[in-house]
Ligand binder design. Structure first.
Ligand code: PLP
Length: 411
């Protein structure tokens, strides 16, 4: 039995149909005919469950959303046009001018720019912390704090958070915890650890082959009794709790973000993403096993490798305890200088040079000259970006072939 066995049955059974076309139908229509004005009225007031308009939801995408919700044990999910769309939807649907975010770990460059630049234009301030600065995080929480945002694995700094401890801080303070679980789908189940919302870039390992840009936010249900969403801090949500009860976070996300900002998934990408889900557990299982073999061998050969499975990594114990199903497809090699990094990237024959991660193929990228090129030295230092840093995303190739190729490329 592999670590991901439980998901193998769920995904293939949920994606395929038992009657008619086995493969999911792709509904390539932007709009839907209502037939009668009475039905139109019912669709708009929510009493008739039929598609309204593809910006607000599409039948193919709805199927993907139900599988994603099942994967994480959520009450529902909203699929988006990209991973950044999912982060924007989850955050913007809860934020107002004057609110504050506490961002912990990583951080993927696009998310950092959203928090540190774009959201500041709308009066939202973000405080950034390393995963182990729990005391500082507690001290920073105030009446304006609306969201604690966490990356399950620092991309690309490879630091691992104690998700349960951070969830406890968020829950004690009555603040929403959003986890970006892009790198560890199934390995980590944030809602079970106490998070409220999980966001994904499905573009990565979930699709797995660079065929579809997409994202998804998975939401927990609202509790019958006390719930942090029922407190005055989240007063904007109360009308949705009144109307939709347990499901309130879904209409809130759709109306506050999707309807107005339009980061909607397209049906074809949702279809491609479901095809990816069918093989996701098998691919994850292979990659998390390969990566340990690869980093161990490269480390033994004197390369400066950053991966939590190595004894020398500061979060090696946390990796063994909390990340026993692996921490995804990534590790980094610090080659010391940009010149050495470029030399390696020009010599490797197996790695494909691209900004993506989580592909069937092994991918590589020099960080400082690409995704993080616009950031100053202080921010790069905080995010762990050094001149010689190359991010690697391991694919499905033979681990020995990757080891041989990388050792040859650094000669
Ligand atoms: N979150 C993480 C951890 C990522 O690595 C990425 C990568 O691009 C994103 C979010 C954004 O996803 P997308 O490119 O699908 O918008």
């Amino acid at each position: 039995m592999n670590h991901f066995e439980e998901y193998c049955t769920t995904f293939v059974q949920e994606v395929g149909n038992k009657e008619g076309a086995v493969s999911p139908a792709v509904t390539n229509s932007a709009s839907f005919a209502y037939g009668t004005p009475e039905i139109a009225e019912g669709i708009f007031d929510g009493s008739v469950k039929k598609p309204l308009y593809s910006r607000m939801g599409n039948p193919t995408t709805a199927k993907l959303e139900s599988i994603m919700a099942k994967m994480d044990g959520g009450i529902g999910a909203v699929a988006t046009s990209s991973g950044m769309g999912a982060t924007t939807l989850a955050t913007m649907s809860l934020l107002a001018c004057g609110d504050e975010i506490i961002s912990i770990g990583g951080l993927f460059g696009g998310t950092y720019a959203l928090f540190n630049e774009t959201l500041t234009h709308f009066g939202v301030k973000t405080h950034f912390f390393d995963v182990d600065e729990l005391d500082e995080i507690k001290k920073t929480i105030n009446e304006n704090t609306k969201i604690i945002f966490l990356e399950s694995v620092g991309n690309p700094n490879m630091r691992l958070p104690d998700i349960s401890a951070i969830a406890k801080i968020a829950n004690d303070a009555g603040i929403v915890l959003i986890v970006d679980n892009t790198i560890t789908p199934m390995s980590i189940s944030p809602l079970k650890l106490g998070a409220d919302i999980v966001v994904y870039s499905t573009t990565k390992v979930i699709s797995g082959n660079a065929s579809a840009l997409g994202g998804c936010a998975v939401f927990r249900s609202i509790n019958d009794g006390d719930d942090k969403f029922k407190t005055p801090r989240y007063k904007e949500l109360h009308k949705f709790i009144k109307g939709a009860g347990k499901m309130a976070l879904i209409p809130n996300a759709k109306k506050r973000a999707m309807r107005d900002l339009g980061m909607s998934a397209n049906a074809h990408a949702s279809y491609q993403t479901m095809l990816g889900l069918e093989t996701l557990p098998l691919r994850m299982d292979r990659i998390v096993q390969s990566i340990e073999i690869i980093v161990k061998e490269l480390d033994k050969n004197g390369l400066n490798i950053n991966h939590p499975s190595l004894e020398s990594h500061p979060h090696n114990q946390r990796y063994k305890k909390d990340f026993s199903k692996g921490c995804g497809t990534l590790f980094t090699i610090d080659l010391g200088t940009k010149e050495r990094a470029f030399e390696f990237l020009n010599k490797t024959k197996l790695a494909t040079l691209t900004a993506n991660i989580g592909d069937s193929r092994t991918l590589a990228l020099h960080m400082a000259s690409t995704i993080y090129r616009d950031f100053d030295d202080e921010v790069k230092g905080f995010l762990g970006i050094t001149d010689g840093l190359v991010r690697i995303s391991i694919g499905l190739e033979s681990p020995q072939d990757i080891i041989d190729d990388f050792l040859e490329a650094v000669k």
